[in-house]
Design a protein around this ligand. Structure first.
Ligand code: UDP
Length: 243
């Protein structure tokens, strides 16, 4: 068993990651792959908290662009994250992994309300906890929810799983000469307007010295390697060790 560097982590999964090869919604193969990726980390005793996005189902901004009231669209987006959270919980439980969903918007019939102390207690008891419904407020993103929850539960690191293997100085899908950073400072992420996380989430992590790691969750075993302290993807830090 590899060494464990982090003992409590918050993993942010984008809604789009759940689409797999589909154009919309949830590809059932993806939650299964994620369960297999998370399982060894959970079995090693690491406390795993998860925030999942909703972009595979609905984004408030797209609703607003189509003429919808922004806050109403955002409410729909937050409900989309609940659907994704329940799908992950179902899959984890089928894989024998204890899991609780806690929602920032009360819907007691299907998920517990998010209560910080209870969330920490679940983690201490070895339950994967999924925080649904974002922050519970419109005009925010699930990246900000992930940053907020990571701070609240005293996670050691916020791990943002994306479809790209780190933070680049340009979009690597459009610009083949784009360079990947090993480490980068919060300030540089903000100054260069790098689209890894929105500014609110980045600033919240900066203010609270919450390290951010960004990596491609599709690389098998990458979550365990990150937990073990291997360098994967890009780490956002206070001071750039390369400078
Ligand atoms: N959302 C919100 N408040 C929050 C988190 C999310 O209103 O605290 C809404 C917002 O409309 C957003 C949608 O939920 O577009 C889905 O979340 P996000 O776009 O962050 O998901 P991801 O890009 O990670 O799939």
């Amino acid at each position: 068993m590899s060494d464990i560097k982090y003992h409590r982590v918050l993993l942010k999964l984008s809604g789009e990651a759940l689409m797999g090869e589909q154009a919309y919604g949830i590809d059932p193969a993806v939650p299964q792959r994620l369960a297999e990726e998370i399982r060894p980390v959970w079995e090693a005793g690491v406390q795993v908290a998860i925030v999942v996005g909703g972009g595979n189902i609905f984004r408030g901004l797209s609703g607003a662009a189509a003429g919808m009231d922004r806050a109403q669209g955002d409410n729909m987006g937050m409900l989309a994250t609940v659907i994704n959270s329940l799908s992950l919980q179902d899959c984890f439980e089928r894989n024998g992994m204890d899991c609780r969903v806690m929602s920032a918007i009360e819907m007691r019939q299907i998920a517990e309300p998010y209560i910080r102390r209870r969330a920490i207690r679940h983690l201490e008891k070895g339950r994967i906890t999924i925080y649904a419904a974002g922050t519970g407020n419109p005009y925010f993103t699930t990246d900000t929810a992930a940053a907020l929850r990571a701070c609240e539960i005293n996670a050691e690191v916020l791990m943002k799983a994306t479809n790209v293997d780190g933070i680049y100085d340009a979009d690597p899908k459009k610009d083949p000469s784009a360079k990947r950073f090993d480490t980068i400072t919060y300030r540089e992420v903000l100054n260069r307007d790098l689209k890894v996380m929105d500014a609110t989430a980045t600033a919240l992590c900066h203010d609270n010295k919450m390290p951010i790691m960004v990596f491609d969750i599709k690389q098998p075993g990458v979550f365990m390697r990150a937990i073990s302290g291997d360098h994967v993807g890009t780490t956002v830090v206070e001071e750039d060790s390369n400078e």
